[in-house]
Design a protein around this ligand. Structure first.
Ligand code: GCV
Length: 724
């Protein structure tokens, strides 16, 4: 049942690398259909669609000479060339005529004083404006930063590419010669984390080995790293932490930083800041000190010297990510110090360089006593960090997983989002599908992320407005200086980056949501599908609909009713393994026994976790009658015979859900087969094999979970399927 079809990474990288260097030679369409170009394929538009761009200026003028701006211009020339079959002429800036002008507002203003920039243009935002200069039709792509100009170019190219969709053709609306559009990012922090180890393996990575490291060193060929930065920039992601949060201290050795600086060099043209995960014991392990106590002045001095040395090599270095006192990582608790003590000592030496510290809230005891019904891992982040609210420096950001456990198929929003008012925060979302099918099952996560981002924490205080998670992390509610979005991506050397072409919708979706969490899942998937698969309306509709349904399908045959993904939690986090959650200290308990199932997290009788939420949110989950069915077992322990809002008993819901889910997974095959001839053969066959595999796995999940819970409860399935 395991997928054996693997694209030859080396072969495809060679093709991809050549493509990068020889833009004008692109695309070799067959190579592009490996998924390597992801959503940046820039296929030739149909003559009908290209008509909308007949009046697109024939020249391009660059105002400025930074590496980011030059790159933006090259990208524009490449995209327009491939999609419209036109070679934009690169001309000098003194008297632009019939030109697409690229440059920062300051430069633009010198050239066209009459053009007044919009008031609401913020850092990294862009303005696309059709205008006349000396009577000549021009198009301006401008911003207050070079990076904003690059984002504007990508937005322009995305519009052109999507105008190629037959479904979307509306020549008037798509006529770029009329455009006047301002776009701003929702938050300053839009970063990805890679959990790459220095030996080249990636923790929870399913797309091949690291694009950064091999055999304990930085790779000599960093073509893929540069290509990754291009993909990230195209969706507005502005930072990338390149190594595992379970960090090797040696990453901070001077000889290694020299190597890492080569990665920063290939990121820079795309406006992506490089950052590193660090191990807090580094001052002792590699620094020669006898301590890593954050309050010891020698430790502070060691961090200062180390950080200054990094900035000498990487002047635009972003900062550090810290995982401490978590899953065996050492941390400030060794010396009785707090996360604030640890974060601040590093933050203070980063601050003069404008660097930041992401301190992960994923701090918990994985040796919890499972006999004690009051113990609850879900409470850990809030318990550890809420009391420290306000104790962190202004360049510290608390990085909080979306839910209180660990990227399960469904969790409520972490209460810590509401528990920090005087501290910057970022939400950590997992793009790599650790608990959601490891890229072998289709699971489009944007609908799940949106539920959390849109979740109103009902914070009483600043004003009467809603306080959704997206606004809390973006810093708007409590006027924080920074904050935003972090996605654990884990792309690898596989040609299609994540090991599965359809999984790339999650990387795209993360970037788009980080830019604008108010985008709908439908809008995001429509964009991605058009950019990734092209113009065919049936293909667009089918793929978008399959993606939009996929999270619920996966949830229904793995872990319905909020029980968590009932997977093997001590092993691969992939196969069914509900018994592995119990009788150990990891705290991913569902407490299933012969009478009932679920964690009692109530204030009245349980762990008290619900009490960590603001009062109005508490009422959504307690008492039992209020709790929505889809999170019931996360919050309550109930007998199998408990009747849900839907009118079904819990046990019958579990049976039905697994059967329906497995059926719907099998239906994916037929839906996909209808696309034969509508998309390229290579991806058609590859993805079909994946759906056939998923259908088999879903049946395995169905039978494993239904049989397990039937044996436990002794309650038969009303429909007589289980055990047959
Ligand atoms: C990088 C989960 C994963 C670990 C991961 C950890 C974390 O426990 O299984 O692989 O470690 O989360 O987020 O730090």
């Amino acid at each position: 049942m395991r997928l054996t079809r693997r694209v030859s990474a080396t072969l495809r990288c060679a093709v991809f690398g050549t493509a990068l260097l020889c833009a004008s030679a692109l695309p070799a369409p067959l190579a592009a259909e490996t998924g390597a170009e992801a959503w940046l394929r820039y296929p030739a538009l149909s003559p009908q669609a290209a008509k909308a761009y007949e009046r697109l200026p024939a020249n391009t003028v660059l105002l400025g000479d930074s590496v980011v701006l030059k790159n933006a211009q090259q990208e524009l020339v490449r995209g327009a060339g491939q999609m419209l079959g036109r070679t934009l002429r690169v001309s000098a800036s003194s008297s632009p005529k019939n030109a697409i002008l690229l440059g920062k507002l300051t430069e633009l203003h010198t050239l066209i004083p009459a053009l007044h920039p919009p008031q609401d243009l913020r850092a990294d935002g862009y303005w696309l404006k059709a205008t006349k200069i000396h009577g000549s039709e021009c198009l301006v792509v401008t911003a207050s930063t070079d990076r904003g100009v690059l984002y504007g170019v990508f937005a322009l190219l995305s519009k052109i590419a999507r105008a190629g969709s037959l479904a979307a053709i509306d020549l008037t609306a798509n006529d770029i010669t009329e455009i006047d559009e301002v776009q701003n990012p929702y938050a300053p922090i839009r970063w990805v984390n890679q959990w790459d180890n220095l030996d080249g393996r990636i923790e929870r990575g399913y797309g091949g080995p690291s694009i950064f490291f091999a055999d304990g060193k930085v790779r000599s060929d960093l073509t893929r790293a540069g290509q990754y930065a291009r993909l990230l920039a195209s969706i507005g992601v502005n930072g990338c932490t390149i190594n595992n949060v379970n960090a090797a201290p040696s990453i901070l050795e001077d000889s290694f930083i020299a190597q890492v600086s080569r990665i920063a060099d290939v990121f820079r043209p795309w406006g992506v800041q490089l950052s590193l995960s660090v191990d807090l014991s580094s001052p002792k392990v590699i620094g020669g000190l006898d301590t890593f106590d954050p309050l010891d002045p020698r430790v502070a001095e060691w961090w200062r010297k180390t950080v200054d040395a990094i900035y000498r090599r990487i002047p635009d270095f972003g900062g550090f990510v810290v995982k401490a006192d978590s899953e065996g990582r050492l941390g400030p608790s060794t010396y009785g110090r707090t996360p604030a003590d640890a974060a601040n000592v590093i933050a203070r030496v980063l601050q003069p360089h404008a660097g930041v510290v992401f301190y992960r809230a994923f701090v918990y005891n994985h040796h919890l006593d499972w006999h004690d019904l009051k113990n609850d891992r879900a409470k850990a982040a809030y318990d550890n960090f809420h009391p420290l609210d306000g104790a962190f420096d202004d360049n510290v950001i608390i990085q909080i997983k979306n839910g209180p456990i660990d990227f399960q198929v469904r969790e409520p929003a972490s209460p810590l989002f509401a528990g920090l008012r005087h501290t910057n925060q970022a939400i950590e979302l997992q793009i790599t599908q650790e608990y959601t099918g490891q890229q072998r099952h289709l699971c489009f996560l944007v609908p799940m992320w949106k539920e959390v981002l849109d979740f109103d924490m009902h914070i009483e205080g600043p004003d009467a407005n809603a306080t959704p998670v997206k606004d809390l992390v973006a810093g708007g509610v409590f006027h924080r200086p920074t904050g935003g979005f972090v996605g654990v991506a884990n792309v690898g050397m596989d040609a299609n980056w994540l090991g599965s072409p359809l999984a790339m919708a999650n990387l795209y979706g993360f970037g788009r949501l980080a830019w604008d969490p108010n985008l709908t899942a439908e809008k995001i998937i429509d964009e991605w599908t058009q950019l990734t698969f092209g113009n065919d309306p049936l293909a667009n509709q089918t793929i978008a609909s399959m993606q939009l349904n996929s999270w619920h399908v996966y949830e229904s045959y793995t872990g319905p009713l909020g029980a968590g993904t009932l997977t093997n939690i001590v092993g691969n986090h992939y196969d069914p393994g509900p018994e592995s959650s119990e009788e150990n200290g990891w705290g991913q308990w569902h407490r299933a026994d012969h009478l009932g199932i679920g964690m009692d997290r109530t204030i009245a009788t349980g762990t008290g976790y619900i009490g960590q939420y603001p009062p109005a949110v508490q009422k959504l989950y307690e008492p039992l009658a209020n709790c929505p069915d889809n999170l019931l077992l996360f919050f309550h322990h109930v007998p199998y015979t408990y009747v849900l809002h839907s009118g079904k008993t819990v046990i019958q819901h579990i049976y039905d859900s697994h059967y329906e889910g497995a059926d719907r997974a099998r239906d994916f095959i037929a839906q996909w087969k209808a696309l034969e001839g509508h998309i390229d053969e290579e991806r058609y066959r590859d993805i079909l094999a994946r759906f056939e595999y998923q259908a088999g796995e879903a049946a395995v999940w169905r039978d494993a979970i239904c049989t397990w819970i039937y044996r436990l409860s002794s309650i038969p399935d009303d429909k007589g399927r289980v055990g047959k």
